[in-house]
Design a protein around this ligand. Structure first.
Ligand code: FBP
Length: 235
């Protein structure tokens, strides 16, 4: 479950319930999730020492969407060591593939990879094609390229956008080779539409989904979570 949207999109994604990290952490800890993705501030103030069983994944970089630059850069805001201190069992980092600042992110990612390897924890790469050089970030070939770059850089898991159909997502998964693939969630949509995407992504060889808004913005978050978990574990 992803809950870093407060940083990436702002409280505009939230209502009176899900603005409270405690409420979302209760959903994350329901047993339907294999991890919860948090920025360091929420990890420190709401997760650490609170006895949650769901494994913590700390997102090491982040940016707001107030910066409208066509070519995004998401700076490192937390080290692997610090994340370990909050109890992280894995770390995550966004690379905007194709951005003018790609080189900087690739370099930072390389360092994180090494530190995480030494600490014995996996690294999840959010592989998001974006920027002036990327005419269409949804183009399946571009998503497959991003997925492959994740493998080349040593990511254990890549988190990529769903490409819309079975065959194109199979190619995304094949492109990632030994690196595992999870489908990113995206903005809230009709439950059955979202679930059918999860099913197809799993059929294509994904190992799961990194979902946020489609769960904690739902009328019945645990109901949706259970359905997603059933699709994944059935596979
Ligand atoms: P959602 O399922 O809510 O989309 O969360 C997945 C996620 O990758 C978050 O980790 C991140 O905050 C957000 O989507 C990025 O969204 P965008 O691509 O719109 O910047």
């Amino acid at each position: 479950m992803a809950y870093d949207q407060g940083m990436e999109h702002g409280p505009t994604d939230f209502d009176d319930e899900n603005i409270d990290p405690v409420k979302v952490l209760e959903i994350a800890n329901s047993g339907f999730f294999t991890g919860v993705i948090l920025q360091k501030g929420i990890a420190e103030k709401y997760f650490f020492g609170k006895g949650y069983e769901v494994p913590l994944i700390v997102k090491l970089n982040g940016k707001t969407n107030l910066v409208k630059d066509k070519d995004p850069y998401s700076p490192l805001v937390c080290s692997v060591q610090e994340a370990l201190g909050y109890g992280a069992k894995a770390v995550g980092y966004t690379i905007y593939v194709g951005s003018e600042f790609e080189a900087k992110m690739v370099e930072e990612f390389g360092r994180i990879e090494q530190e995480a390897e030494e600490a014995g924890i996996p690294v999840i790469a959010w592989m998001y094609p974006r920027g002036r050089n990327v005419p269409d970030e949804n183009d399946p070939k571009t998503v497959a390229y991003a997925s492959r770059v994740g493998l080349e850089l040593g990511a254990d898991i890549v988190k990529v956008r769903y490409t819309g159909d079975l065959d194109s997502f199979k190619w995304v998964v094949q492109s990632a080779g030994e690196t595992k693939v999870v489908m990113m969630g995206g903005s809230k949509e009709e439950e059955n539409i979202f679930l059918s995407k999860v099913k197809t992504a799993m059929e294509a060889g994904a190992i799961g989904v990194a979902v946020g808004r489609n769960v904690w913005q739902a009328d019945n978050p645990l109901g949706v979570a259970e359905k997603i978990a059933n699709i994944i574990w059935e596979k």
